[in-house]
Ligand binder design. Structure first.
Ligand code: F6P
Length: 358
């Protein structure tokens, strides 16, 4: 009898349940159901405090299209891993204890960068851990894509589509702030799919004068409105030149998010009416799109295969359209940024989308 544990950690996304379904159905299908399944509640917290549910095939049936996570999630910051919980519980020893007391053969951890660092630590502590690349941000190193990403692009794109009609009616400039944490993958893809005139990414610092120039040139050609898709981590050239500490302070002191700052600057330099739109956490919500359902299923199957091969300490990834396993030690803690020289950025620039850099 195999004994497996599952947990979902960090910010949620649309395809977590689809991924767990992929793991569980593959494991059950290939072992004549000789598996005990333990689902830990609220991420690593469930593992720390031994909060788990024994689960069956039926728990994973009908969840392919269900967003969020049936297990619940939470953030357990890696940098606080060796700091005891408020009640004095030491996290790493507690997690090892739960794992060992349940005699688990493997723990499947669905999480992003920080969570994978913790998974890597547990693996180094001797637990059999397999990580699966979750995050709408698509910033996980070692995989071309993460699950959650394409669904988030869809939500942000639809938001841009809907903003356009009202922007057009009123002849306004809209600054739409798109998630992605420190990277610009969602704003880049959604910006192109949603026909944004300007896309501002953390990887390409902007000059507000260039942003206004792009808006003006659109107006001169007869455009009634303009859409600026800005990443939540968008950064001006001046800010990028600051010492990191000073920039962090500036961000922490912001009363409102970056889109409002950019909208104010645009309003000061033009006579146009400017508004802000923020899809926010809807980008993590709702049902996974078809691509995410397929990728989530592939991730689940590959993770189960890694278990059968006793290949632990790995993260499941997709590289050049192939499912692969990469050692967690190679990926944990590294961020995957948009390459400002990538084909997609170059193509967008060639058809006139401004990134505010020139
Ligand atoms: O990592 C996913 C993400 O949605 C980021 O895009 C965003 O910066 C962050 O999580 C928001 O975190 P929270 O849900 O804690 O507000």
């Amino acid at each position: 009898m195999l004994r497996i544990g599952l947990l979902t950690s960090g910010g949620d996304c649309q395809a977590l349940n689809a991924t767990m379904r992929g793991i569980v159905k593959t494991v059950l299908h290939n072992t004549d159901d000789q598996v005990e399944i333990y689902g830990f509640e609220d991420g690593y917290q469930g593992l720390i405090y031994g909060r788990y549910r024994k689960m069956k095939w039926k728990d994973f049936s009908g969840v392919l299209t269900q967003g969020g996570t049936i297990l619940g999630t939470s953030r357990t910051p890696f940098k606080l891993l060796d700091t005891p919980e408020a009640d004095g519980v030491q996290k790493v020893p507690a997690m090892k204890k739960t794992y060992k007391s349940l005699k688990l053969d493997c723990l499947f951890m669905l999480g992003g960068n920080g969570s994978t660092k913790t998974a890597n630590r547990l693996s180094q502590e001797g637990l059999n851990v397999i990580a699966l690349p979750k995050t709408i941000d698509n910033d996980t190193w070692g995989t071309d894509v993460t699950f959650g990403f394409t669904s988030a692009i869809d939500v942000a794109t639809k938001y841009l589509d809907e903003i356009k009609t009202t922007a057009s009616s009123h002849g306004r400039v809209f600054v739409v702030e798109i998630m992605g944490h420190k990277v610009g993958w969602i704003p880049l893809y959604a910006g192109i799919a949603g026909g944004a005139d300007v896309i501002l990414l953390p990887e390409i610092p902007y000059d507000i004068k260039n942003v206004v120039k792009a808006i003006d040139s659109r107006e001169q050609r007869g455009g009634r409105f303009a859409i600026v898709a800005c990443a939540e981590g968008a950064i001006s050239k001046e800010q990028a030149a600051m010492p990191k500490k000073e920039y962090k302070k500036l961000v922490a002191a912001r009363k409102y998010s970056v889109a409002y700052e950019i909208a104010d600057e645009i309003a000061q330099l033009t006579s146009r009416e400017v508004r802000v739109g923020i899809p926010g956490h809807t980008q993590r919500g709702g049902t996974p799109d078809a691509q995410d359902r397929i990728f989530a299923t592939q991730c689940g199957v590959e993770a189960a295969r890694a278990l059968f091969d006793q290949d632990f300490g790995v993260m499941i990834a997709k590289v050049n359209n192939k499912m692969v396993r990469v050692p967690m030690t190679e990926v944990a803690g590294k961020l995957k940024y948009v390459d400002p020289k990538s084909d997609l950025v170059r193509e967008a620039k060639l058809m006139g989308i401004s990134f505010g850099d020139d």
